[in-house]
Ligand binder design. Structure first.
Ligand SMILES: Nc1ncnc2c1ncn2[C@@H]1O[C@H](COP(=O)(O)OP(=O)(O)O)[C@@H](O)[C@H]1O
Ligand SMILES: CC(C)(COP(=O)(O)O)[C@@H](O)C(=O)NCCC(=O)O
Length: 264
């Protein structure tokens, strides 16, 4: 059994692979804990019926928390191999100026997606709605050419509350002309996201003369799903296009799987 760990800034997502009669099986459902819920993480580790042969992890939450999770696995005699993005891995070329500076979660998501595609494919826009929102661009032959980072949907709400006298709001309807604070913040944050995404979508068309295929992932996708689908429906109608949005529930784990399957 190999464990796959996606340690984000808010939550840890856990998957695994096992081999049975030469067939490889993945986790049926992802196990999710809040990063600081060490008790539940420890309980889960001790509930494992087999000792993992390897553990592959993506960690963007920092060394301190990585060490704590590592220590929990050490108690059952296992060490985590935390991955570091490189310039070239399988089909993906990482054109970050310092390739190792790229978030491992972004890199793993891209690895998992391009691995399933044959080249040349349409350019790709890969968007993750987590603690931060990232919008990454890949060309037709699997070069990661760069990406954007903005505060995530919840992070925007929290920072607005910290910097102003505004309350932490609950999600409301998204409206073009909000008429109360709840609506104004919810709509503003969602539109700031969709605006950034459209801007990058236009950048991609300018660069490649072809609309990119859009992949989305991350815990906050449900919060923006309706708005983004509506937005691309309008674009499809205006420009007679057929832009589709493809949801990847476990994009980072899919990338970790590509790396791990060689070891099972
Ligand atoms: N069922 C859920 N439980 C907890 N948080 C959730 C849930 N669904 C969505 N979220 C939100 O998703 C975000 C975390 O998404 P995730 O993709 O795991 O981010 P990260 O990788 O940065 O930890 C948090 O802001 C959290 O509020
Ligand atoms: C941009 C991120 C904070 C996103 O993290 P997440 O929201 O998934 O927790 C993470 O990918 C990261 O720390 N990246 C390192 C810097 C970079 O990618 O340029």
């Amino acid at each position: 059994m190999i464990i796959l760990l996606d340690l984000g800034n808010t939550r840890i997502k856990i998957g695994w692979i096992v081999k049975n009669n030469k067939k490889i099986y993945r986790e049926k459902e992802v196990i999710i804990f809040n990063n600081n819920d060490y008790l539940s993480i420890r309980k889960w580790i001790f509930s494992l019926t087999k000792k993992p042969t390897h553990i592959f992890g993506s960690n963007v939450a920092g060394n301190a928390i990585g060490k704590i999770i590592n220590n929990e696995f050490k108690k059952i005699g296992c060490n985590i191999h935390w991955l570091v993005p490189s310039y070239k891995k399988y089909k993906l070329l990482n054109k970050y100026l310092t390739p190792s500076q790229l978030g491992t979660d972004r890199w793993c998501s891209m690895l998992g997606i391009v691995n399933k595609l044959s080249v040349p494919h349409p350019p790709l826009l890969i968007i993750s709605f987590g603690t931060a929102t990232t919008i990454d661009s890949i060309d037709a032959i699997n070069n990661f050419i760069g990406g954007l980072i903005i505060p995530g949907i919840n992070t925007m709400k929290i920072s607005l509350n910290k910097a102003t006298n505004l309350p932490i709001i609950c999600q409301s309807n998204i409206l073009n002309f909000p008429k109360n604070t709840n609506q104004a913040i919810s709509s503003g944050i969602i539109f700031s996201h969709s605006g950034t995404i459209i801007r990058q979508w236009i950048n991609m068309i300018e660069q490649f003369h072809e609309p990119p295929t859009i992949y989305v992932t991350g815990g906050l996708w449900p919060e923006i799903k309706k708005e983004l689908i509506t937005q691309f429906k309008i674009i499809n109608k205006l420009f007679n296009k057929n832009i589709k949005i493809i949801y990847k529930e476990r994009a980072v784990l899919d990338g970790l799987y590509i790396i791990a399957e060689k070891y099972i």
